[in-house]
Design a binder for this molecule. Structure first.
Ligand code: HEM
Length: 305
């Protein structure tokens, strides 16, 4: 065996007070790995548990699972940018392009939902999912927290009432997505929203503590001025913003229309929001990097598609 490798192995195990010989002997007895063990195919293919007899429910479950895996890939790239101590524009741009490609896939594949399930089957199996909603995807919320400053995720009706001195609790209560499940007059929250908060709020607080200073936008602003004007990086950041906050959101909105707006009659969503208004980007005006868009572009956000 290459003596350089044996030396490196010895060094590696000495560093943790382990005998390299014993580990090498272990290797002698170990089984060769197979594709199915490594990819965990059996576990993966056992994660689809239908609640009804309709075959298209499987499409619904699996496509959501594919989304969650891609969300995990997005979060992994953002995490690498966030933890990079001295990031240069090339690395920043190439990571943002990776993230954008994941979202491009999510956007273009949305037709799997929009055209890939029988409307009649969907409207039967969805009654068994109530009150669950994709709204309760914690990874989607984390992608938002990790992409921009909290202020850009505040419901635009309340943005002026919040500044750096506001408490986290106050900001949290005014995040744009509270509008999907909260009656602002009484403060009463829907079950979908309060169950989501019971499960994830503490985790979101921990997550946001780190990302308040390390989100993509804050990280961009720590770059030298010259790098902040780098055309390639700006183009990549705008592409990401547009893909998530207009293209994906519109693909999602059109899907909801396809399944929930039958013959001009709007059905109630499983999560119970006033979805027609809530979901459209022209009302939400959720923008991760507003400084990279002109006033006109912000004014007409979500109206050109
Ligand atoms: C037939 C397919 C789908 C329909 C009809 C649909 C419908 C809806 C509706 C009406 C809402 C608003 C909240 C509510 O009242 O439930 C919502 C929210 C949401 N859904 Fe879906 N959805 C579909 C597929 C998906 C997929 C594939 C994902 C990917 C994980 C997803 C993720 C989300 C997220 C993240 C939200 C919250 C969005 C926000 O706060 O702006 N949905 N969905």
């Amino acid at each position: 065996m290459n003596s350089k490798i044996t030396d490196q192995l010895k060094e590696k195990y000495e560093a943790i007070d382990q005998d390299a010989e014993v580990h090498l002997e272990g290797l002698l007895h170990s089984k060769p790995i197979n594709y199915w063990d490594y990819i965990q195919t059996d576990a993966l293919l056992n994660l689809q548990v239908q609640r009804t007899v309709f075959p298209d429910e499987n499409v619904f479950i699996m496509y959501h699972q594919v989304n969650e895996l891609l969300f995990k890939m997005v979060l992994s790239e953002i995490d690498q940018i966030a933890r990079h101590k001295n990031i240069d524009t090339d690395t920043f741009t190439s990571k943002i392009m990776r993230i954008s490609r994941y979202f491009d896939v999510l956007t273009s594949s949305f037709s799997i939902m929009k055209d890939g399930m029988d409307v009649e089957q969907y409207n039967k199996f969805r009654t068994t999912l109530t009150p669950a909603s994709g709204f309760q995807s914690a990874q989607y919320r984390k992608i938002e927290f990790a992409s921009t400053e909290l202020i850009n995720l505040i419901d635009k009706r309340f943005r002026d009432t919040i500044d750096r001195n506001s408490t986290y609790e106050h900001a949290f209560e005014h995040l744009y997505w509270q509008a999907a499940g909260k009656d602002y007059k009484t403060g009463k929250k829907s079950y979908t929203l309060s169950a989501f908060e019971d499960r994830y709020k503490d985790e979101f607080i921990r997550f946001t503590k780190f990302y308040q200073e390390n989100n993509l936008w804050s990280k961009f602003k720590t770059l030298p001025n010259e790098d902040q004007s780098n055309k390639g990086l700006i183009k990549a950041m705008r592409h990401y913003d547009y893909t998530v906050n207009i293209k994906w959101v519109m693909a999602h909105y059109n899907t909801a229309n396809h399944y929930l707006n039958i013959g001009g009659k709007t059905a109630e969503a499983t999560g119970g929001s006033e979805w027609v208004k809530y979901m459209h980007p022209k009302y939400q005006k959720r923008i991760f990097f507003p400084d990279l868009w002109t006033d006109k572009e912000i004014e007409t956000w979500g109206t050109d598609i």
